[in-house]
Design a protein around this ligand. Structure first.
Ligand SMILES: [Zn+2]
Length: 202
């Protein structure tokens, strides 16, 4: 595939980018020098499809690969999006880049990977809070649009009740984890309780 890439001066996105990266450096305790992520704006759905080599659904508007964030151009959204929500999307994808850095490029469990991105980018919608948890643990190495439903709330619970240090310990531990079973053990080791729905407060 051939893509034409051009530098674009975008003060609004750049300003958000600076703000978000500072927040994530603080959250993930990144003190040493590192190369910052870069943002690539894809002009249309066809470019997204070609880049991901498949027909993508309308809800797939951005993703992160190592230190690159890819995001669909705002005007190409099927459902119109305002600046604030667009910035949240960028923040969400940027968060994935920082998660990658801290976990040595892990993206599993998917609920944890997506959950922290939703939580830290301000995408948690309290109105959609579930009554009980019943689906986020289905997402270890698979993903669909339902992964976003509970994972942000589950991560919010872990951070609010047990704090950031434990959460970072969990993410840092991912680099040694090769399976769902091993993650269950790591989780228990860090939190002292089993990874099951009953142990998560809504
Ligand atoms: Zn995501």
């Amino acid at each position: 595939m051939v893509f034409s890439v051009a530098f674009k001066e975008d003060k609004v996105i750049e300003e958000s980018f600076e703000k978000f990266t500072k927040e994530f450096e603080e959250f993930y305790n990144i003190r040493e020098a590192y190369s910052k992520p870069q943002i690539f704006i894809l002009e249309n759905r066809e470019s997204v499809n070609q880049m991901l080599k498949r027909i993508t659904p309308d809800w797939l508007v951005g993703w992160a690969e190592r230190k690159n964030v890819y995001i669909l151009e705002k005007s190409a959204f099927v459902k119109e999006i305002n600046d604030e929500d667009y910035a949240k999307l960028i923040k969400h994808e940027l968060n994935h880049c920082y998660f990658y850095m801290v976990s040595n490029y892990c993206d599993k469990p998917r609920w944890l990977f997506e959950g922290i991105a939703i939580y830290l980018s301000g995408q948690l919608d309290k109105r959609l809070k579930p009554d009980v948890y019943k689906n986020f643990l289905n997402y270890y190495d698979n993903s669909d649009d339902n992964v976003y439903k509970e994972s942000g709330f589950a991560v919010e619970f872990l951070i609010k009740y047990y704090g950031k240090p434990k959460f970072l310990e969990l993410i840092r531990g991912l680099k040694y984890i090769a399976s769902k079973e091993k993650f269950v053990l790591l989780f228990k080791e860090v939190y002292g309780f089993d990874l099951k729905y009953d142990n998560f407060k809504v």
